[in-house]
Structures are given as C-alpha cells and as structure tokens.
Design a protein around this ligand. Structure first.
Ligand code: FEO
Length: 163
C-alpha cells in the first residue's frame, strides 16, 4: 500500500510528465512552423515518450492500491526565438524533471518505501539519458553557429529517430 505522501507526490509527477509531453508537442508544432520536419518528428516522439512516463506512474500507483487523480495541465510555451533556444529550454526542462525525480527518491527513502525506491531507479537512469539527448542537440546547434546547411543536415539526422 502506498502512503498518502507518496501517492500525492506520484500524482504530481503524472501531471509533470503530462506537462512535459505537451511542452514537447508544442515544440514539435514550432519546428513544423519553421519547416524543420526532422526536429518536429524528434519532438513528437519525445512527447509520446513523456506520456509513457506518465502512464508508468499511473500504473505503479494503481498496482500499489493507491488512487490516481488526473488534474489540469498548465499551458506550455508555444514560440521560441530559434531552434537553439527551444532545445536549450528542453534541456533546462529535463534538468528540472531530474530534480523532481531526485526529490521523489529522497521522499521514498525517508518513508522507507523500498518498492518506490526500486521503481524510481528506472527514472533516475532515464533522466541521465534525457539530459544527454537534449544536450547533444544543443551542442551541435552551437557548433553550427547559424549555418543553414548545418541546420538542414541536423534536421535530416533528427528525423531518423525511431522511438
Ligand atoms: Fe519524463 Fe523527459 O522526463
């Protein structure tokens, strides 16, 4: 059985993951507006991945005989100054999500909730990957320094993302 403290915290995390999904779908729409279909596809897949994170929390709460509450999601930003600015915002957002996951681990440790600690380990590792993937694109965009050819090549590369 999940404690009320953990249940509330996991419900908040469902909301945070759903916000992430909407943020990345909003970024996908921004990239579509720039005629960068590869960037857009990358963000669309990222949005789907975030929804799958929300579902993982949903399932875990349910398995532990807790109660899921789906709440309203804040509107995401819709416009950025450049692809670099959008990916810098994505990286900053992932760093924020990492801090949320780490707080959940601390809470599960204080609560002596071993099942939650083990469940959260997957997210700790996932956040390392998520930050790296966003940072890789930030670094490439910085290296290109505004070259249109570079941007189109990166668009082609990002469009190859499968899942
Ligand atoms: Fe679900 Fe990108 O963190």
């Amino acid at each position: 059985m999940l404690s009320e403290t953990m249940q509330n915290a996991f419900n908040s995390q469902i909301n945070a993951e759903m916000f992430s999904s909407n943020l990345y779908l909003s970024m996908a729409a921004y990239f579509e507006s720039l005629n960068l279909p590869g960037f857009a596809k990358w963000m669309e897949l990222q949005a789907k991945e975030e929804l799958s994170h929300a579902i993982k929390f949903y399932k875990f709460i349910d398995e532990r005989r807790g109660r899921v509450w789906i709440r309203g999601i804040e509107s995401p930003q819709g416009e950025w100054g450049s692809p670099l600015e959008a990916f810098e915002a994505a990286l900053k957002h992932e760093q924020h999500v990492t801090s949320l996951i780490h707080k959940l681990v601390e809470m599960a440790t204080l609560e002596k909730d071993i099942a939650s600690q083990i469940f959260l380990q997957w997210f700790v590792s996932e956040q390392v990957e998520e930050e790296k993937h966003a940072d890789d694109v930030v670094q490439r965009l910085k290296m290109m320094g505004g070259s249109t050819n570079g941007l189109l090549m990166l668009d082609h590369h990002l469009g190859k993302r499968e899942g």
